[in-house]
Design a protein around this ligand. Structure first.
Ligand code: SF4
Length: 210
């Protein structure tokens, strides 16, 4: 059996056409699956870490933003935690449900960008976990001949992910804003706990995989 998880950005793109999309995927041999929300789990990991860590913690949900900051900012007055993106948490939960104990199944995880696709494929390959494949939504549309909808104007996961936590947080999206925010915060030794960073301006709705 082929299973497929549609990420929240793609769901928002298809909006009222989502049911039609699910039917089309099923007709082509892919059963659409859901995962329990990983949002609170990821938030808790960051909150607990920030309570112990003295340096400014960087949000690691966007791997492209982390790679960009590593390349551009030489002052390492920040801490990059080993907390995986929500999408990877979701993939792990689905792997345990559908793949781990059934050798006949394959799971496809759709991503809004190439950086999450590459990260997912690398992590599971290194852990020698097969039959889980990360593909951008563009890959899926091309391979299964599925009509692609327009990108949505607002991200379903916009800046503000950490706002309900008791932390001092800065928020930045887009290359320039991410770079300036992190640089200023570390150079001025600002009294903050965490910097939320998304490399695509406005969030994942403008990723390169959709
Ligand atoms: S879609 Fe853009 S903002 Fe979202 S994780 Fe990928 S690179 Fe980062």
């Amino acid at each position: 059996m082929n299973y497929i998880w549609i990420n929240p950005v793609v769901k928002a793109m298809y909006a009222y056409k989502l049911e039609k999309l699910i039917k089309e995927l099923e007709d082509k041999g892919y059963k659409v699956v859901e995962t329990p929300s990983q949002v609170e789990l990821v938030k808790n990991k960051f909150e607990n870490l920030c309570m112990e860590e003295e340096k400014i913690v960087l949000d690691t949900r966007c791997p492209a933003a982390i790679e960009y900051i590593k390349e551009k900012v030489k002052n390492r007055g920040f801490f990059i935690p080993r907390i995986e993106p929500i999408l990877i948490h979701s993939a792990r939960a689905l792997y345990d449900i559908y793949i781990k104990d059934n050798k006949d199944n394959t799971l496809f995880i759709t991503t809004p960008c190439s950086s999450l696709k590459d990260m997912g494929n690398l992590i599971f390959k290194e852990e020698k976990k097969s039959r889980i494949v990360f593909k951008t939504w563009n890959d899926i549309c091309k391979e299964l001949d599925i009509p692609k909808e327009e990108k949505c104007s607002r991200s379903p996961i916009p800046l503000g992910f950490f706002r309900n936590l008791n932390l001092k947080v800065l928020e930045a999206s887009g290359q320039q804003e991410v770079l300036e925010t992190v640089t200023n915060a570390v150079e001025n030794n600002e009294d903050i706990d965490l910097i939320e960073i998304l490399l695509c301006e406005g969030g994942c709705n403008t990723g390169d995989g959709i």
